[in-house]
Ligand binder design. Structure first.
Ligand code: FA5
Length: 353
């Protein structure tokens, strides 16, 4: 190898080291991605300092070209790595400064919105609490019921005109969606072992279904709470006392109860129960249609025919029962004028409870 060739090699190596050192210094001073890009173009761009050296390799003696090419590639790889590291550092710095600008850690935290139970669930639980406090035991019954338990055993035989009082959703054969929670009465009475001197005090909450036209007070699916008290000495006075206690507990202590004669095939006598309107304290409003009273349930003394069906002697057993609509009670408690609002699931409405 000639001495001139050796000198040329050394000179190029020096230049490469110089470019590498320069790149390191320049990149350290870069404050933005744009400045980094400018350094890259200055060195690695088409007319950049390193590219020029690579172009000039052809002028070196044959035996030196490979060696210098290798050195140049090492320098290029090193500069690329320096550029990537600098870009990463700048990115982190920028993120840190943005976080410092936008997060005021002295600000109070944002409150997470807490969910709450649906108003119907709240009212249902309150009614059941009230019933428990009055000594009732809570029981359950199925929503899909047998025609016999929903009607016949409750003194509504097939073809009885009272079946039309509750338009029914039939499933198949004798299966139907219960039209009220009263079949629970039959289930618990039939399951009693002591049919001679029975004592029973049960309440049940659940869904009922009717083919009712939907309007401000009617839904095809709604909730009822059924209560049944059976004892050899059960009296109408006990029924009235229980209704009064429920009304005062669910609404307010001043609430008055009014009972009107009515008809249910499974109670005799039968009543509709009204309470003085809790929304206007009986002075007249839209909820009570300016009457001062709102109906909340049906009630009565258990009809002897029901006792007979479950194998009890109506001469020695007495009882009273009542069934109230949970949606209607909810409406009264909160002054809700349209029952459909309870099922719209509009959070602006639900947030109020
Ligand atoms: C009954 O369903 C009787 N089983 C209640 C009963 C039980 C009487 C025990 C005697 C002894 P009624 O059809 O009136 O009665 O319904 C009772 C309550 O359910 C009504 O006062 C009302 O509050 C509610 N209700 C009835 N139909 C609907 C409906 N379509 N949408 C919302 N609530 C309703």
């Amino acid at each position: 190898m000639s001495a001139a060739g050796e000198e040329q090699h050394l000179a190029v190596s020096d230049k490469l080291r110089g470019i590498q050192q320069q790149a390191r210094d320049d990149l350290r001073n870069c404050r933005t991605n744009k400045e980094v890009e400018a350094v890259r173009v200055r060195i690695l761009g088409k007319k950049g300092t390193l590219s020029q050296i690579l172009h000039g390799i052809g002028q070196l003696p044959q035996e030196k070209r490979r060696e210098v090419g290798k050195e140049a590639n090492v320098v290029r790889a090193d500069i690329n790595a320096l550029i990537a590291a600098r870009l990463q550092t700048l990115g982190q710095q920028q993120l840190r400064s943005e976080l410092q600008q936008h997060i005021d850690i002295s600000l109070p935290g944002r409150r997470l919105r807490q969910g709450s139970l649906h108003p119907i669930t709240q009212t249902g639980s309150e009614i059941l609490r009230c019933m428990r406090d009055l000594g009732f035991v809570i029981v359950d019954g199925p929503e899909v019921e047998h025609d016999f338990l929903n009607f016949t055993a409750l003194n509504v035989p097939p073809d009885h005109p009272a079946r039309q009082m509750q338009d029914t959703l039939y499933l198949s054969g004798q299966a139907l969606l219960r039209t009220h929670t009263s079949p629970v009465q039959i289930r618990v009475l039939a399951a009693l072992s002591d049919k001679k001197q029975p004592r029973l005090q049960v309440a049940s909450l659940g869904k009922a279904y009717r083919r009712d036209a939907v309007d401000a007070t009617h839904l095809p699916m709604f909730h009822q709470v059924e209560a049944l008290y059976v004892a050899p000495d059960a009296t109408f006075a006990q029924l009235k006392t229980t209704l009064n206690a429920c009304a005062k507990r669910l609404f307010s202590h001043d609430t008055r109860v009014r009972i009107r004669p009515s008809y249910f095939p499974f109670t005799e006598p039968s009543f509709e129960v009204d309470v003085s309107c809790p929304c206007c304290t009986a002075s007249g409003c839209r909820v009570c249609k300016s009457t001062g009273w709102v109906e909340i349930m049906g009630a009565g003394m258990v009809d002897p025919a029901v006792f007979q069906t479950v194998g009890m002697d109506p001469e020695t057993v007495r009882g009273f029962a009542f069934g109230m609509g949970v949606e209607r009670v909810t409406m009264m408690c909160h002054g809700i004028r349209d029952i459909r609002l309870l099922y719209d699931n509009d959070v602006r409405f639900l947030r109020q409870f």
